[in-house]
Design a protein around this ligand. Sequence first.
Ligand code: 5RP
Length: 236
Amino acid sequence: MSWIEGAKRRAARAAAAHVQKGSVVGLGSGSTTLHFIQIIGSHLKSGKLSDILGIPTSHQAAAEAIKVGIPLTSLDEHPKLDITIDGADQIDRNLDAIKGGGGALLREKVLASASKKFILIADSRKLTTRLGESCPLPIEVLPFAIKPVLDRIRNLGAKAKIRVGSGKLGPVVTDNGNFIIDAEFGAIDDPWSLQRKLKALTGVLETGLFLGLTDIVYIGTQDSVKDLRRPRKEDH
Ligand code: 5RP
């Protein structure tokens, strides 16, 4: 296993320790979260965990959960989740993140917002001092509105393009039937303000800025795992 896969696995293992018997668990998307799903599957098989129900954020997460034997449920049946574990494209010291490299940001944010605890897992390459530096911001957009939204995002100062895939001609279509715009803003000075501006554009369904949502980040390194935690109010 390469050091990167080892680092992802270490972060996933640390997050798996937070999953308790009887929990409803949000299952994020991406290669790091696949490690987490596999670990939960093996805990269920060995009897270390029981009575877990998963809610997947994508077809990818659903397929892996089914493969490793995690029973699935839905937000309709369980509108409040105990915990969600997910990966990220970039994470800063405030535990804020850019997500959506895999195009699953809308469902990922829905589950993060509906969870009592939200944990991000990543290898150390994902840490940044400034969100947006060398990392485009994915934005999920209603296909009907794609051109006016693209123009408006460019007017906000981004180099923006509609994501196109491999294995399919034309735009990537998300699990929700929408398009993704990847917007290069460079280092984002005020992510909260940018989030407000983007959400105000009619046709923007969600952005990959995950602000104020994360409780713990586990960062896998070459030989260890580090955690970042949201400072308690009295620490400010
Ligand atoms: C998908 C995501 C992923 O969590 C993010 O892209 C990280 O993926 P990986 O763990 O493969 O680096 O946000 O929408």
